[in-house]
Design a protein around this ligand. Structure first.
Ligand code: GUN
Ligand code: FE
Length: 415
């Protein structure tokens, strides 16, 4: 079962997927063609087979804070809880420990690829990349740039960042599924000099960009003060070449509207909706339906540790539920999100940043999960449709029900 489009699930009950030696899907069939030649047939019986999850906004160095410290809004939360934790990644032994647990937990929750923020530390960031590579999982790895409004031990200069990203470009070249991504933390953390440097590197290397956008009202007011020339928050990135000049992911967009929304559409900037985080940090409800109606691509992110759970199924559930709050608050103006829409965001939209990933169509990488949902509904299972089974798993299931995990055709048995 998969979503080739957001409107419906493509269901192949007791169907077949042909995967070649490189892990690429050659076809999906209701019944196997008669003359079909194959080396090996794997039968998953009655289990659900779905694309693996893609988490398009997550902070690996905040993993130790997951599930705690959610009693503040964004700016004091960063200063009080986030920055002290991220500063610990100057210590490579600490980075080894936390990053290994982080990647292992991503794997456990069924996420095979992610767009990840690391910290300003090049060595620790390389450890994170190597951990994904050794696991056989995919990632965009972000060496963070930040040179203002943070403790000195968590700042780098633009020259240090530029040297660090070059080191990572070289050392990650041998990692097939792991690549660097240009990562200004957000406008308040980056001087014009840092932003200029990052935009220059984006232009030269064509690497993608990830950052935060219009998450919180105090943050937006601060950006207005810091970048008075910019017509909106998004324009502040745009002026430095960091808003769609190369593929761009912007997390949150809770207050994106008007000119900023138009700029996102024109520049094909992806919004990454992080509903658990928006709820925990009392940031707001992102106008996802409006973004979609305006033609903006929307992916999903856990935003650990603003978000409290790495499961993208939990994130999907929050996305639907928050859209229902918005639906009632808007007197029905914005129809709420459907299960197939949020599933599409967590699979095919996020996956598109990694190439052909996130669907079971021909030509896509076989990134998949085998779900054993029998114990979720022992007495209904026979009568349940595949879509009902998936919905029940999204709302009630967890990692215990994920039996197998594949990335690019390879089963990842343990991390
Ligand atoms: N804005 C700048 N940094 C962060 C962060 O670490 N998490 C979230 N949610 N927003 C941010
Ligand atoms: Fe974030």
């Amino acid at each position: 079962m998969f979503t080739s489009s957001p409107t419906h699930f493509d269901v192949y009950e007791r169907g077949y997927i042909a995967v070649d030696d490189c892990g690429i899907i050659q076809g999906v069939y209701h019944t196997l063609p008669e003359d079909f030649a194959y080396d090996q047939l794997v039968d998953f019986g009655d289990k659900l087979l779905i694309p693996a999850m893609n988490d398009m906004h997550v902070h690996a160095p905040q993993f130790a804070n997951m599930g705690v410290a959610m009693d503040m809004q964004l700016l004091p939360w960063l200063n009080t809880y986030v920055f002290p934790e991220e500063a610990k990644f100057a210590d490579e032994a600490y980075a080894e420990t936390i990053y290994h647990s982080f990647v292992s937990e991503l794997w456990r929750q069924g996420t095979m690829r992610a767009a990840v923020f690391a910290t300003v530390h090049t060595l620790a960031t390389h450890i994170l990349a190597r951990t994904f590579d050794e696991a056989g999982m995919g990632a965009w790895i972000g060496l963070v740039g930040m040179d203002r409004h943070a403790p000195a031990n968590l700042c780098n200069t633009s020259a240090e960042w530029a040297a660090g990203i070059q080191t990572l470009i070289d050392s990650l070249a041998s990692m097939p599924l792991v690549k660097p991504i240009i990562t200004p933390r957000f406008i308040p953390s980056c001087t014009p000099e840092m932003l200029r440097c990052m935009g220059e590197v984006a232009k030269q290397t064509l690497l993608p960009v990830q950052s935060h956008l219009s998450e919180n009202k105090q943050e937006i007011a601060w950006v207005k003060e810091l970048e008075p020339e910019s017509s909106c928050y998004g324009d502040a990135y745009y002026r430095y070449g960091l808003f769609g000049q190369t593929p761009t992911l912007m997390a949150h967009c809770c207050y994106t509207d008007g000119e900023e929304l138009q700029l996102m559409r024109e520049q094909n900037v992806y919004a990454v909706h992080c509903p658990t985080s928006n709820c925990n940090l009392a940031s707001g409800i992102a106008p996802v339906r409006k973004l979609l109606q305006q033609g903006v691509n929307v992916a999903l992110g856990s935003d650990i540790a603003g978000g409290h759970h790495l499961s993208m199924f939990r994130v999907m559930q929050y996305a639907v539920q928050m859209s229902k709050l918005q639906y009632t608050a808007s007197d029905g103006k914005y129809p709420f999100l459907t299960l197939s829409e949020v599933f599409y965001m967590a699979t095919k939209v996020g996956g598109s940043l990694f190439g052909k990933v996130g669907s079971f169509e021909k030509g896509y990488a076989f990134d998949a999960l085998v779900i054993d949902d029998l114990c979720l509904s022992p007495h209904h299972l026979i009568a349940s449709s595949p879509i009902e089974r998936l919905e029940r798993f999204v709302y009630l299931g967890d990692d215990r029900h994920i039996q197998h995990r594949f990335c690019q055709g390879k089963e990842i048995k343990q991390v």
